[in-house]
Design a protein around this ligand. Structure first.
Ligand code: FAD
Length: 460
């Protein structure tokens, strides 16, 4: 089959490329190839009863399928250039924000109306943070919530499905350069296209590396973020989360001058497992629906680790630490902050006697046997720093789940159109290493679609 555009991956990057292409030119023949399932068929076998932990499905229903890694996310849609990726370095700060706002409007008109937008602008917490050596980053965040995020995806799919050919369970193995355009292989089957948008997210990072090697597209990579997920009674952070929902706070440690930051804050949320190719790490989300909310808030504390030459495998380093926690705990480990400080592993008795009821059934253990000293020291310093603006963060009963790892894709060499050195071959979203969030990934999709529409118009 011959298409005008083939999009590889149906995450936010792929979806918003398709959306904008269809909106701009109804005559284009567009296909989306996706490894995973349609939205309604994305079911993780973990039910908390018969299946309690990850069974390593061939295709992870949490990470793959229509909606990509973001489908069951908390749906925190951050409008900012301060975090979530470096899209602005390619397309400019103004354009990046304008595209994120544009996608926000689409989300609102597709089921997100009534959801709340929070902002750090003019917040009294900025001063409080600065007084305690903490830096509150600038952002506006719309909290869609896992439930509304799902509705938005359902509505987007309903709108696109008659105009775009979605092929699910269709994993692309190979991209071949043609004299004009590209040939995309899934096993024996192949399809041709004039333009190809690769939007394979984090789950497609290894494959993306192979494609870049094969096609000789330059890449760079040197970062991984490692830390824990903190869970505590929601009241402790409610003064911040009620006003800001998500506060991204950065602390520079005194000991090593490393940056530790809060990430992915989930008021009244739950802590969840995340499986990346058999490695179980921790994550979190929360629901907009009060019925599904818990009494706890969770957020990640992460230390960014940058490596210099000759070491290149920053993700391998993060994976090794995650594997160590999986080896000791059979998955994610949970520890009370008080036990960590006293140098002893946690056990169920002490956790059950504590003030925080865990929302994830993890294995009580000792994170000091897993995390390198430098990272652990940074996390402990940050917890004490946060205790000054949210008293109770450093309570003995605060739970720490480990490990949380943010793997970064190697950064693909793309230009201001997010185009590789090959004309008509684009790499966008988290798979490009340029974005790490729903908003930046979605915005990158719109940006590329508009560039393609301009090229098509110029050629007509
Ligand atoms: C649990 C969780 C919670 C999160 N919460 C938030 C949040 O609240 N806010 C936020 O901003 N970000 C959040 N994120 C991150 C966010 O989901 C991602 O940044 C975003 O989904 C990236 O979009 P993408 O389109 O680039 O990639 P993805 O969403 O990863 O989509 C890529 C798609 O490509 C498919 N694919 C991969 N390889 C191939 C192949 N070879 N052939 C065909 N298809 C392929 C995959 O199956 C996948 O569906 C969360 C992530 C997780 C895992």
């Amino acid at each position: 089959m011959k298409y005008d555009v083939i999009i590889i991956g149906a995450g936010p990057g792929g979806i918003f490329s398709a959306y904008e292409l269809v909106k701009g030119n109804k005559d284009l023949k567009i296909a989306v190839f996706e490894t995973g399932s349609p939205l309604e068929k994305r079911n993780c076998p973990i039910d908390g009863e018969k299946v309690k932990s990850c069974v390593n499905c061939k295709t992870c229903a949490i990470m793959s399928g229509f909606g990509g890694a973001g489908a069951f996310s908390d749906g925190k849609y951050n409008i900012t250039n301060d975090f979530g990726g470096t899209l602005h370095e390619h397309i400019g700060k103004k354009e990046a924000i304008s595209l994120m706002e544009y996608v926000d409007e689409i989300n609102i008109s597709h089921g997100g109306e009534g959801t709340k937008m929070y902002t750090t602008a003019g917040s009294k917490f900025r001063k409080l943070c600065l007084q305690n050596k903490l830096n509150l980053l600038n952002a506006s965040v719309r909290h869609l919530g896992t439930d509304i995020n799902y509705v938005v995806l359902e509505n987007l799919y309903a709108e696109l499905k008659d105009q775009v050919e979605f092929r699910f369970h269709h994993q692309v193995d190979h991209i071949e350069l043609l004299e004009q355009g590209y040939r995309v292989y899934c096993g024996e089957q192949s399809d041709d296209c004039d333009k190809c948008i690769v939007s394979v997210g984090r789950s497609g990072s290894k494959w993306m590396e192979e494609v870049c090697q094969e096609l000789n597209i330059p890449t760079s990579s040197n970062r991984v973020d490692i830390g824990v997920r903190v869970e505590l009674p929601a009241e402790i952070f409610s003064h911040l989360t009620d006003e800001l929902y998500e506060s991204k706070i950065v602390y520079r440690t005194e000991k090593f001058e490393d940056n530790v930051r809060t990430f992915c804050m989930n008021p009244y949320g739950i802590v969840v497992n995340e499986n990346t190719k058999g490695i179980v790490t921790v994550n979190g989300h929360s629901y907009e629906d009060p019925e599904k909310q818990t009494e706890n808030t969770n957020f990640a504390l992460l230390v960014a680790k940058h490596f210099s030459e000759p070491f290149k495998d920053s993700n391998g380093y993060g994976e090794s630490i995650a594997r160590l926690s999986n080896m000791l705990g059979g998955g994610v480990i949970v520890q009370r902050f008080g036990d960590l400080i006293r140098g002893r592993r946690s056990n169920w008795k002490r956790i059950e006697e504590g003030l925080v009821r865990p929302t994830l059934a993890a294995t009580p253990g000792d994170l000091s046997l897993v995390l390198p000293k430098r990272i652990l020291d940074g996390l402990i310093e940050m917890i004490y720093a946060l205790d000054k603006i949210a008293q109770g963060t450093a309570n003995d009963d605060t739970l720490l789940y480990g490990v949380e790892v943010k793997f970064y894709n190697m950064e693909v060499n793309i230009d201001e159109n997010l185009e590789t050195p090959y004309k008509g071959l684009y790499v966008i979203g988290d798979g490009s290493g340029v974005t790490h969030s729903l908003s930046h990934a979605s915005a990158s999709g719109v940006h590329v679609a508009r560039h393609i529409l301009n090229c098509v118009q110029a050629a007509d």
